[in-house]
Design a protein around this ligand. Structure first.
Ligand code: NAP
Ligand code: ZN
Ligand code: ZN
Length: 409
């Protein structure tokens, strides 16, 4: 299933007409070698022939089935269309959603699965109509690479809620190339410029990658529910999303409490700026905190006992579920009715809001706490994430991808 469009239909994966040839014929390019900063005219000239307009072979890490490890594979990236940006991927974060997809946690998924939707790359070429990027710029790609752009939600800058179903960065039907989309565990990607986020100069690139999913997913509910300075916010689960939620709430001067199942994370929660961290099993503390919170953001990756977190909400307050896509565990109707409390959900954020969180974090030097790994270490990192042993986001150094055995790519 696509997590965001929730489409289980087998036809969803059927190939749309293959437009690769059309794009190839129509594309004209401005291209240059992999260099930071502006390319000179001479460099651009020289590179035009060396880069070409594609399609391009790319190296990737993929899973062949729900029980297979991720292994190197060669894939193809489509030819660059007039509105496309071609990125050399530098870094890609590991989101728990990647693991849910690879392991078919949400129902039978698509294989081979090349995950990755926290992508930072350097622009290597742009299509002729691209205005937002030039060669050498740094771009970011989050969870979406396209949407219909005409429905009322897209027109309201909420592409993540596209009524036609946004094209997710991986494991969505690919309306341009056919098959399904491949994500950022890869050394190259081609994405329409609308879905590429500008990364401000000077950003710590590896630690900025997680903002493209974990950052926007926790920022968006704070914006929507207008989390203000002095308000009390609870963060349930201190992993990738949870640690970004703490940092972003602290930046708003909110009063943050972390609810964790891991005694070893209590000191970290305080270091990140939380006033306190409470173990779910600490019934005394849970009782003391009843009816105190303006907003609770839950990042637990599966359905969990929710009532205790409804109980800590104040009158009129909201518990936002970000992680559990299956049926939720029962919540007392009485507790919602008598406290006018809400249980809600939220999915990533639109492109404009994603740009906003990137700029917001750059201005305040907010970034993820990361552990940088080599592509060969992905499978071990997955096991550590599932065992709640991530501090607090793994980011893969994609530029260190080795050639796939037997290929020239
Ligand atoms: P993560 O890094 O694994 O963090 C999840 C944290 O939840 C863990 O570190 C742990 O924190 C807690 N946890 C894990 N398993 C638990 C369990 N069985 N019971 C109770 N607590 C548990 O995951 P993530 O990348 O932050 O993603 C969290 C969830 O959000 C995933 O399901 C992911 O698919 C989803 N997600 C949703 C969106 C969206 O748009 N809505 C976007 C991205 C990700 P403690 O050790 O502190 O208890
Ligand atoms: Zn994610
Ligand atoms: Zn739409």
């Amino acid at each position: 299933m696509c997590d965001e469009c929730e489409d289980h239909h087998p036809d969803h994966s059927l190939a749309a007409p293959n437009r690769r040839k059309v794009l190839l014929a129509g594309a004209s390019l401005v291209a240059a070698p992999l260099l930071a900063g502006a390319a000179t005219g001479a460099q651009a000239e020289q590179a035009q022939s060396s880069v070409g307009n594609g399609p391009f072979p790319a190296r990737a890490y993929s899973a062949a089935s729900a029980t297979s490890p991720l292994v190197p594979m060669q894939i193809e990236r489509r030819a660059i269309g007039p509105n496309d940006v071609f990125l050399d991927v530098l870094y890609c974060g590991i989101c728990h959603s990647d693991i849910h997809h690879v392991r078919s946690d949400w129902g039978p998924d698509r294989y081979p699965c090349v995950p990755g939707h926290e992508i930072i790359g350097r622009v290597q070429a742009v299509g002729s109509a691209v205005t937002k990027f030039k060669v050498g710029d740094i771009g970011g790609v989050g969870c979406m690479v396209d949407s219909c752009r005409t429905c009322e939600n897209c027109l309201a800058d909420r592409e993540q809620n596209c009524l036609m179903g946004a094209t997710l960065t991986y494991n969505s039907p690919d309306p341009i190339s056919g098959g399904h989309t491949f994500g950022g565990y890869s050394d190259k990607i081609v994405v329409p410029e609308h879905f590429v986020i500008r990364i401000p100069p000077g950003a710590d690139l590896a630690a900025t990658a997680p903002l493209l999913c974990a950052g926007i997913t926790t920022f968006s509910p704070m914006q929507h529910w207008k989390l203000a300075g002095g308000q009390r916010v609870g963060v349930v689960g201190l992993g990738g999303l949870g640690h970004m939620a703490v940092k972003l709430a602290v930046a708003r001067k909110a009063d943050v409490t972390v609810f964790t199942t891991s005694p070893g994370k209590i000191a970290d929660a305080r270091r990140l700026g939380a006033r306190e961290a409470v173990l779910w099993s600490d019934t005394e503390a849970m009782k003391r905190l009843a009816n105190r919170f303006d907003l609770v953001i839950a990042t637990v990756p599966r359905a969990f006992p929710m009532q205790q977190f409804v109980d800590v909400l104040k009158l009129d307050a909201t518990l936002v579920n970000l992680g559990a896509l299956e049926d939720l565990q029962s919540v007392s109707g009485r507790s919602l009715v008598f406290g006018r409390k809400s249980v809600a959900g939220s999915v990533i954020g639109g492109i404009a809001e994603t740009q906003e969180v990137i700029d917001y974090c750059a201005a305040r030097n907010i970034k993820a706490d990361i552990e940088l790994i080599q592509p060969e270490e992905i499978n071990r990192a997955y096991d550590r994430v599932v065992n709640k042993d991530v501090r607090y986001r793994f980011v893969i150094d994609m530029a260190s991808m080795k050639p796939v055995a037997g290929s020239r790519g």
